[in-house]
Design a protein around this ligand. Structure first.
Ligand code: G6P
Ligand code: MN
Length: 441
């Protein structure tokens, strides 16, 4: 069996231990020859890298492993897959992304609204560099990108590398929703055949077929309207995520056609959500005080003890497993169904061909083969076109160094609307992002 060479970019992420554990669990179905991790943050990479050495010694001794802060050396190796989960500016900048808009009375969120805009301008630069450098040495490696804001990153990469067919942008939220539906319906979520359309963090499930072709969506909608909605792993979730999932019930009550992605709450109910957000303590704080602290403490504990046996559990296996089943579907041409981000080109027939849409696809050795969606109703089309214009203008603001396009982008965003507020927030974000951003003239 071929052994694959893998590079994890963003090896110091809080999500990495879960991915490493999943690599161990799946070593027979997806054998790895060499694994490399790279992160620009030496301290974080070292903690997780040392933890990994112990984990692999105990569970994957045949694996060749190294970690580094040298991006060029990492990209120059012979690679089959690159898993990208970088966060330019770290949680410190996520905190700014969330807090600055809130100071102006606008939604502050990691990927939606001005926060996602700010993060987008930071991510594009590093992602474009990564693709250029990886391709110099590895023209055929698959770049599986989980870096946020995925919608903006995907659009930027599509503009900057239009011929590159081996970059796949994918988000775990549709999969999280499918798993949550599975728990509610008491069925295996992998048996579902979903129909989904939209943009990343901005989409809807229209059907959820079972193996016999029955659409389970009407039943699921009734269950949500009767009993509310929770994430599959609600026992492990922080309150802010429980609140987010709970908003699905109201969304379905107002717009019962389809089941919404949870991120739509920020666009459809910005005033209501805003009241729940605390400008002095945002999700970034919750993550830094919770998951980040837990993961790094647990890794330290393993390193101090010299064993993972009896140590605190550091991993979220579901997330790592998702990354690997996506890779396996490509590696072995399995054609499993996933919801992916892909250039529209007629999939949703009444949206622009060049939009990066999120839809169901069969994932093969040649990448995603999308399933046609056809025409979508005017309400959804209108929402998506506004968001698509915002995303496109964000990318153009980056490429053209255009303050004017940045201002247009934020004005179009449903979480902002007022051009005056858009300018205030934009100026504050320029100040906070410094050299992370291109100069906007
Ligand atoms: C979901 C989204 C990701 C996002 C993450 C944030 O998984 O699909 O795009 O980054 O949630 O989770 P966090 O726990 O960091 O707020
Ligand atoms: Mn996502």
């Amino acid at each position: 069996m071929k052994k694959f060479n893998i590079l994890i970019v963003g090896g110091g992420s809080t999500w990495t231990p879960g991915l490493l554990k999943s690599l161990c669990v799946r070593k027979d179905s997806f054998p790895i020859g060499k694994l490399t991790m790279v992160d620009v943050n030496e301290e974080r990479q070292a903690v997780i890298g040392e933890f990994a050495k112990i984990l692999f010694r105990e569970e994957y001794s045949e694996l060749e492993f190294e970690y580094t802060t040298d991006k060029q050396a990492a990209y120059a190796q012979k690679l089959d897959f690159v898993f990208v989960q970088m966060r330019t500016g770290g949680y410190g900048m996520r905190e700014q992304d969330e807090k600055i808009p809130l100071q102006h009375g606008v939604i502050g969120q990691e990927t939606c609204g001005p926060g996602g805009f700010a993060y987008g301008l930071r991510s594009i630069k590093d992602m474009a560099q990564l693709v250029t450098d990886v391709r110099e040495h590895n023209p055929k490696a698959w770049i599986l990108n989980y870096t946020n804001p995925a919608a903006i990153v995907a659009d930027a990469l599509q503009q900057l590398f239009p011929e590159d067919k081996r970059i796949l942008n994918i988000c775990d939220q549709p999969e999280n929703l499918l798993r949550s539906y599975g728990r509610l319906l008491e069925r295996d979520p992998r048996s579902f055949d979903p129909v989904y359309f939209g943009l990343n963090h901005f989409g809807w499930f229209t059907h959820l077929y079972d193996e016999s072709g029955n659409d389970l969506l009407p039943q699921l909608r009734d269950m949500i309207l009767d009993g509310g909605f929770r994430p599959v792993d609600y026992e492990q979730r922080d309150q802010s995520w429980l609140d987010t999932y709970a908003m699905v019930e109201q969304t379905v009550r107002d717009f019962p056609d389809y089941l919404p992605n949870t991120y739509l709450q920020y666009y459809l109910y910005p005033d209501k959500v805003l009241k729940k957000l605390d400008p002095s303590h945002t999700r970034a704080n919750e993550v830094m005080e919770g998951r980040e602290k837990r993961v790094f403490e647990a890794c330290h504990e393993v390193v101090d003890k010299g064993t993972t046996v009896g140590a605190s559990v550091v991993h979220n296996d579901a997330h790592g497993e998702f990354i690997l089943i996506v890779a396996e579907s490509i590696a072995y041409n399995k054609g499993d169904n996933f919801i992916v981000i892909i250039k529209n080109e007629g999939i949703i027939s009444n949206l622009p061909d060049d939009a990066m849409v999120e839809v169901a696809a069969s994932l093969t050795a040649n990448g995603p083969r999308p399933y046609a969606v056809g025409e979508i109703p005017v309400f959804y089309k209108g929402l998506i076109e506004g968001q698509y214009a915002y995303e496109r203008l964000t990318v153009e603001a980056y490429i053209e160094n255009s303050y004017q396009k940045a201002l247009q982008a934020l004005t179009l965003n449903r979480t902002v609307v007022s051009a005056q507020k858009a300018r205030e927030v934009l100026d504050a974000l320029i100040e906070a992002n410094g050299d992370f951003w291109p100069e906007l003239k």
